[in-house]
Ligand binder design. Structure first.
Ligand SMILES: [Zn+2]
Length: 77
């Protein structure tokens, strides 16, 4: 497989992950908690990580233009 194609696939997968509805909605269909700034999302992620003992990350959401927290499984990039 050509290297450029590999890169394109990577980018495609990345985009699909972000556009996926699950980046904005929980499993139960309700919207996730939204943070207005990267800073507040980062702070909340740190707190959640300490409380639950799992790594949480934060990412910008294209659905609501805010930030959400996610576990690694949901946000690998
Ligand atoms: Zn959202």
């Amino acid at each position: 497989m050509p290297f450029t194609r590999f890169l394109r696939n990577l980018r495609k997968g990345h985009l699909l992950g972000i556009i996926n509805k699950r980046s904005h909605f929980r499993d139960n269909g309700q919207a996730k908690v939204m943070y207005n700034t990267k800073q507040s999302a980062q702070k909340a992620a740190d707190k959640m990580s300490q409380k639950i003992g799992t790594h949480f990350s934060n990412y910008k959401c294209i659905w609501c233009n805010g930030y959400h927290l996610g576990k690694n499984r949901e946000n690998k990039t």
